[in-house]
Design a protein around this ligand. Structure first.
Ligand code: S3P
Length: 170
């Protein structure tokens, strides 16, 4: 399929890295969250509030299946929870080369504190929620990934160069 796929926890930089990478590699960029919002004509927060997380997770799988039909040679950033489903990890591998942008809880908390657009991090103690989810999810992100990129303390330039060096999908 020749796609470059960016995964990782919320706030790890998938969307920004995806945009910058699209200029560097001259490929278009797609974001599964934005695709789902466009198709559903409502925000992720509204989808979670009205229909719940499992409805959203089904939409993610449908979105991946559609991308397998249509996307080639693109950069695809995917929602932070998408690689948790076994089927989705298999679909990701079918879709292209998967990069896991790995950040620590500290970095993520610093970037996302005050954010109101991630339903899973609303509530009392987002910092410990981040740590718990990260610990649970890291093995799945690793399993889904062809390449792990540690992003903590690195500039965009460093991250982009590392990805570019490792891209094998033509
Ligand atoms: C989620 C991550 C979000 C979005 C939804 C659920 C998650 O995407 O899909 O809020 O479960 O980690 P980003 O990783 O782009 O923030």
């Amino acid at each position: 399929m020749g796609n470059v796929i960016l995964t990782g926890f919320m706030g790890c930089g998938k969307t920004s890295v995806g945009l910058k990478l699209s200029y560097r590699l001259r490929r278009t960029v797609i974001d599964t969250d934005r695709e789902i919002e466009r198709e559903e004509k409502r925000t992720i927060s509204d989808i979670f509030a009205a229909d719940g997380e499992s409805y959203f997770r089904d939409r993610e799988t449908v979105c991946l299946r559609k991308l397998i039909e249509s996307a080639g040679n693109q950069i695809i950033s995917v929602g932070g929870g998408l690689p948790l489903r076994e089927e989705n990890r298999r679909l990701l591998h079918e879709l292209g080369q998967v990069f896991y942008l790995r950040a620590t809880g500290e970095t993520i908390y610093a970037r996302l504190k005050g954010d109101t657009t991630r339903p899973l991090l609303q509530g009392e103690d987002p910092q410990s929620k981040i740590e718990t989810l990260l610990r649970e999810r890291d093995p799945f992100y690793r399993e889904a990934a062809d390449v792990v990129i540690e992003v903590d303390g690195k500039s965009f330039e460093e991250i982009l160069s590392e990805i570019e060096e490792k891209v094998t999908e033509a």
